[in-house]
Design a protein around this ligand. Structure first.
Ligand SMILES: [Fe+2]
Length: 375
């Protein structure tokens, strides 16, 4: 039963009555039972928050791994729950060992830098604004040619790609744009191993590290066949779905499905052209999901005061939505230039201690400040 009470828009996300904002209160992200509330003030206009539940913003540019020889030291943990872990990696020199994740698949978003990912399957060159997807159990070694900034998401469930249903098998990401490695004819000559003539492979399984030593370069596969391998996806190959007359929910930008969470990519795209249609995301209450966004490029059109290399976390149970002025700014533009990576997960996330130091507390009340309710 769908009810209509009081002052509402005639259609959802279209022709919002002047002076009101629309808030989506829905289950299962954007797919479950839902109502829309038409409020006279944004639900995010609180002037004070007392308690653990609040929107968070982090400047991750200052996070740097401490020690490249420490297996955990080439990454800084940012967020975790039972289904995923988020890391920042700032490699500027080749890894001195190869690494195999026995616990999780990895989705690596290259925010900055370039180089080669050496793997059991062969090399994959990489550059900024590309994803590298590395299935669990794949030995690999990052060989950067310049300083890198990697946003790494580990998934305990296999990483798959979404089914776009009625839009067909080639929608958004055509499988033909995915690049898989060509096997090595000879093991990569740049990796000469350690001074003792051994090559190290460090494996993480159930959170514990084991080091295997070989008397030869372990990237020695000269062929492979099958449907499991690492691959690369360039953000520029993503063909986003938009609609001229209707603001589609963020879930249409899903790039990877990972069991208890999804990873979406916001890429440059035109705004809705119908003057009645909403151009910025509607306010929504994350009833069932924590939401993480990593901001990589462009002007993120619904957030102010957020720079490249920043990350926001909107935990389930507290609303979020566009900053004051975002709708007016969007009205003057034909599209958005943003590139951002979003994670929507079911299990609550823990913020790692290292990341807590990078938090910018002013973000929590940034909506009220934008409305002039706070100095
Ligand atoms: Fe959201």
């Amino acid at each position: 039963m769908s009810e209509v009470k009081g002052r509402v828009a005639r259609q959802t996300h279209v022709g919002i009555p002047p002076g009101l904002v629309e808030e989506e209160h829905g289950r299962e992200a954007f797919a479950g039972p839902v109502s829309h509330l038409y409020r006279s003030q944004p639900p995010t206009a609180w002037v004070d928050v007392d308690g653990p539940l609040r929107p968070l913003a982090f400047d991750l540019n200052g996070l740097a791994p401490a020690d490249a020889e420490d297996p955990e030291g080439w990454r800084s943990l940012v967020l975790s729950n039972g289904d995923l872990r988020v890391w920042i990696s700032r490699l500027s020199a080749p890894m001195p060992f190869a690494y195999r994740n026995g616990d999780a698949d990895e989705v690596v978003y290259v925010h900055q830098g370039a180089g080669v990912l050496q793997t059991d399957y062969g090399p994959l060159g990489f550059a900024d604004q590309q994803y590298l997807v590395i299935p669990r159990g794949t030995a690999h070694r990052f060989v950067p040619s310049e300083p890198t900034f990697l946003f790494v998401v580990e998934s305990t469930a296999p990483v798959t790609r979404p089914d776009f249903g009625l839009m067909g098998r080639h929608a958004v990401v055509d499988p033909r744009v995915l690049v898989t490695p060509e096997p090595y004819e000879e093991p990569p000559a740049d990796w000469t191993g350690d001074a003792d003539g051994r090559w190290r492979l460090k494996v993480r399984r159930r959170g514990e590290w084991t080091t295997f030593r070989y008397p030869h370069n372990p990237f020695n596969a000269v062929g492979w066949a099958g449907d499991l391998s690492p691959y690369r996806l360039s953000v520029s190959d993503i063909r986003p779905v938009t609609a001229p007359g209707y603001h589609l929910p963020p879930s249409v930008h899903t790039t990877f499905r990972c069991g208890g969470f999804d990873i979406a990519t916001f890429v440059p795209r035109p705004f809705e052209t119908d003057p009645e249609a909403l151009r910025v995301p509607f306010f929504h209450a994350n009833v069932d999901n924590d939401e993480v966004i990593f901001y990589s490029r462009g002007d993120f059109f619904s957030r102010k005061g957020i720079g490249q290399g920043w990350m926001t976390l909107h935990p389930a149970g507290v609303q979020h939505g566009p900053q004051p002025g975002a709708a007016e700014a969007a009205a003057k533009l034909e599209g958005t230039s943003e590139v951002a990576v979003m994670i929507e997960c079911v299990e609550p996330l823990q913020v790692a201690d290292e990341a807590k130091a990078a938090e910018h507390a002013a973000y929590t009340t940034s909506w009220a400040r934008g409305l002039g309710l706070l100095d």
